[in-house]
Design a protein around this ligand. Structure first.
Ligand SMILES: [Zn+2]
Length: 323
């Protein structure tokens, strides 16, 4: 009876109502009376059944003697007496990995050309982002993680970087220093962290992955810390949503960004999709079990990486005038 509107589910619903019929009062001429009379004589595939199903369902819960003690006891005992039957979603890896490898080689080719381009902040930022993307996707590809949760976290960053690059490229005509500002903004983020550690306002446990000295050295690499502003707002004072709008990529925000953000934030839907298996034992009452063995495999992400990489490659080629 998983399907609440299947024939057997509706028969059970009808039976419960009929058994209580002596306790229910209907208005004269009310259509439900016709339904109660007609239901047993009507074929389940009869079009009238659509109306009957709705009418019978509307009476669900009409009762004055609800007692869930027994049903609760039933499920508690049955849970202990029978085993879980977890259903595993395994989409496997698709054929697109070869294409992804080719695309990664194309990105690598662009990165190699980096030496031929004159140094400035613009080149530094674009090539830096490209190198970051290359490393992230390569890590997913080499470790065969295209079906994993990690691949979704990477996808979200990938989309955000694409939007950032497109946004900064568009704004360059109004603000020639925007590439440098982008670097300063990032340095400010590191400064904010190491300053709090120095002031004893932040806990940094021993052997933490946050290393105060590295943060300080990197943040001060281009400018002395006195000249680095800590900006608590978003870069260019625009939310990520506004940036998607500005570069006319709203659809991308609604699809990829919104979906993959569910994984980044650990929203329930993403947890359910990736880390929990649905138990198919009806006696266990629709619960989920943890995917301890890592058997649930998400849909291969390779095609989507290629989709965004193509757009990023176009920006890199256009902005740095390379082919
Ligand atoms: Zn179970």
């Amino acid at each position: 009876m998983y399907d609440r509107y299947s024939e057997i589910s509706m028969d059970v619903r009808y039976t419960i109502i009929v058994l209580k019929a002596n306790k229910l009062r209907f208005m004269k001429g009310q259509s439900i009376i016709i339904v109660l009379n007609e239901y047993p004589m009507t074929d389940f595939d009869n079009p009238k059944m659509k109306i009957y199903k709705v009418q019978l369902s509307s009476l669900e819960g009409v009762s004055d003697d609800e007692n869930y003690d027994y049903s609760n006891y039933f499920y508690e005992e049955m849970y202990l007496m029978s085993d879980c039957n977890p259903l595993i979603l395994d989409f496997g890896r698709n054929e697109k990995q070869k294409d992804l490898k080719e695309k990664l080689d194309e990105v690598r080719g662009l990165l190699i050309k980096s030496d031929e381009i004159k140094y400035d902040h613009k080149k530094d930022v674009i090539m830096g982002n490209l190198s970051y993307i290359y490393k992230m996707i390569n890590e997913v590809y080499i470790s065969k993680l295209e079906n994993s949760i990690i691949s979704r976290l990477v996808m979200r960053t990938l989309v955000e970087i694409y939007i950032n690059l497109k946004f900064i490229s568009l704004k360059e005509k109004d603000d020639k220093d925007i590439w440098e500002s982008y670097k300063d903004y990032g340095s400010g983020k590191y400064k904010n962290i190491y300053k709090k550690i120095e002031e004893g306002k932040m806990i940094c446990p021993e052997n933490s992955h946050i290393d105060h000295n590295i943060l300080k050295i990197l943040a001060n690499e281009l400018k002395d810390e006195e000249f680095i502003k800590i900006d608590f707002k978003n870069f260019a004072n625009k939310s990520i949503r506004q940036k998607f709008d500005d570069v006319e990529e709203k659809e991308l925000y609604d699809s990829f960004y919104n979906y993959d953000t569910c994984f980044t934030h650990g929203y329930w839907s993403a947890i359910r999709e990736s880390a929990l298996l649905f138990c198919d034992n009806p006696l266990h009452n629709y619960h989920c079990v943890p995917d301890i063995r890592g058997e649930q495999k998400l849909i291969d992400i390779s095609s989507d990486y290629i989709f965004i990489l193509d757009r990023i490659i176009n920006i890199v080629k256009k902005e740095l005038e390379i082919s």
